[in-house]
Design a protein around this ligand. Structure first.
Ligand code: ADP
Length: 525
């Protein structure tokens, strides 16, 4: 994804005439040490509605490293008290947070659609995910299991417990404006860490709502700190801050690499969730209607702006024609529009940079790659579309696996159909990209389903379902350029936000040397 200043790019281009009501625009603040404060520079940036760029959602602090420093100091000050708060007590506060999120879900949903563009149903789903994550992860307050194990010697006890990492920096993207922040924030808190969170510059309001709810839930001052602003300034200041022991990042693979290098320089823990180029394999024995439905949902849900989006459809030649005909028919029937309109299927894309990038890939697909444009392909600019970032749902067919549109993450409403002759060939094509997040197969043959499940090198796999739709109690993440080996969600996320401490208790009253120091005696009874 492009890394230019998104909040500016949201307003750039020709569709930026402003309504008369600028004075009514709400101003938001950072949250540092339990106080709502302006950025130290006093500067602000605008959060713009991508469906109607005349609509300014709010003004947010354009923070700098000074604000990051203040937030980190606050997190430092709160850490000892929070880590020593019993985990079940921390959980109680988080359960209360869950209740607040449920209570205000409708308002958060409308805010999210307004700032991000996704249709109301999906925005509601995003908040539901935050609720589910909060309840599920808060339950860990009464588990956070470690283990005991026999020691080598008599009168010695061995066990292993989780300890918090310390101060965590959370850097989040715009496509799941509340779900992804919650995936990081809630596990960080239950493990006893304190945090500084920086939402994407395009969608700070949903994270603001989450942090505001944390305040109301009774999370003590300094435990959660919110700093809004740009990646190159606030994000980089966090990534380079020596006191932040861990950076948890979700975003593009290019930015993830920058974050990882900065963390490596100072030996910080770094957890990355990045791009995808996810494939659905459709076999000749598949229920083609079901596969088409899954493909349309996976490719065009959230306007294709999910890291798990179904951006490649690898279809067996025997059902290829049938599949493509139905796919194009279904795609053409999708209603593009403002996500706030309940009749809309596909909302706008996030900003002007995204439009340029996606339209660039559509040009590449037609001209350089030479794939067949089966439907879509245009930016919509007239009538109700005049002030937003709308792109027609687009299908390329007859593509070769090595084409750029079949290899690179487009992150928009574009999908590419690739023919295959066999399951083996389909799996090879599906694995033949630099990413490894999600994949799916449609087949009625259990052997083929298990074969594909076994052979696909991805972090997530679906049978007879689309590549999207992760549940919070299963680990989420990917292989290869998608991640760096960590998994969010599930209980596996605890391994990111806690560190193991092995503890030996010798109650023999004498010096007992461990086996490595005492080879002979270790064999005697
Ligand atoms: P996208 O192109 O989808 O915006 P990015 O990876 O650029 O994806 O952004 C994801 C998050 O990373 C955002 O919160 C953004 O502000 C932040 N970010 C961007 N550049 C940097 C950087 N150099 N260092 C740290 N964070 C950054």
């Amino acid at each position: 994804m492009a890394q230019a200043k998104k909040a500016l790019s949201k307003t750039s281009g020709k569709n930026n005439s402003r309504p008369a009501s600028r004075a009514a625009v709400k101003t938001y603040q950072n949250y540092i040490n339990g106080e709502w404060v302006a950025s130290q520079s006093g500067e602000m940036f605008e959060n713009i509605n991508p469906a109607d760029t005349r609509d300014i959602v709010g003004r947010f602090p354009l923070s700098t490293s000074d604000d990051v420093n203040a937030a980190v100091n606050a997190a430092q000050g709160a850490f000892d008290r929070w880590r020593n708060t019993p985990a079940p007590k921390r959980a109680e506060i988080l359960f209360h947070l869950g209740e607040i999120l449920i209570r205000d879900k409708e308002r958060y949903t409308a805010d999210m659609t307004r700032e991000m563009g996704k249709v109301l149903k999906e925005a509601g789903g995003d908040i539901q995910e935050a609720i589910d994550c909060t309840y599920y992860t808060a339950g860990e307050g009464r588990r956070l299991h470690g283990f005991t194990t026999p020691a080598e010697m008599r009168d010695k006890f061995a066990m292993c417990v989780r300890q918090p990492v310390g101060l965590c920096g959370l850097i989040t993207p715009w496509n799941f404006p509340m779900a992804i922040p919650s995936w990081k924030l809630i596990p960080a808190l239950i493990c006893g860490n304190t945090v500084v969170i920086k939402p994407a510059e395009d969608t700070p309001l949903s994270t603001y709502n989450l942090v505001k709810a944390c305040e109301e839930a009774g999370i003590p001052p300094g435990v959660v700190n919110l700093v809004t602003g740009y990646g190159e300034s606030v994000g980089a200041a966090m990534t380079n801050h020596n006191a932040l022991r861990l950076i948890s990042f979700t975003g593009s693979t290019a930015t993830g690499r920058v974050v990882a290098s900065a963390c490596a320089e100072r030996n910080a823990i770094c957890s990355l969730e990045m791009g995808g180029k996810n494939a659905i394999i459709v076999m000749d024995d598949a229920d083609v209607d079901l596969a088409v439905e899954g493909a349309v949902w996976g490719a065009f849900g959230t306007s294709g702006q999910r890291c798990t989006a179904s951006s490649r459809l690898i279809v067996h030649k025997k059902v290829y024609k049938q599949f493509v005909t139905k796919l194009v028919e279904n795609t053409k029937s999708l209603r593009v529009g403002n996500g706030a309109d309940p009749k809309t299927d596909v909302g706008p894309v996030i900003n002007n940079d995204a439009v340029e990038k996606i339209m660039g890939y559509i040009r590449i697909g037609r001209n350089d790659d030479g794939a067949k444009l089966a439907c879509g392909g245009k930016r919509l600019t007239r009538g109700d579309y005049a002030n937003g970032y709308f792109i027609e749902p687009t299908v390329f067919t007859d593509a070769a696996p090595d084409m750029r549109i079949a290899q690179e993450e487009i992150f928009g409403p574009v999908t590419t159909v690739i023919p295959a002759n066999s399951l083996e060939e389909a799996v090879e094509i599906a694995n033949g990209v630099r990413y490894g997040l999600s994949a799916a197969i449609y087949t009625r043959d259990v052997n083929r389903a298990f074969r594909a499940m076994n052979e696909m090198y991805t972090g997530i796999f679906y049978v007879n379902a689309s590549t999207i739709g992760a549940e919070v109690h299963l680990p989420f993440g990917g292989t290869k350029a998608t991640g760096n080996g960590h998994r969010e969600a599930g209980t596996q996320v605890l391994d990111i936000f806690s560190e193991w401490k092995s503890i030996y208790v010798d109650f023999s009253g004498k010096l007992q040397r461990a086996q490595i120091d005492n080879v002979e005696s270790s064999h005697s009874a």
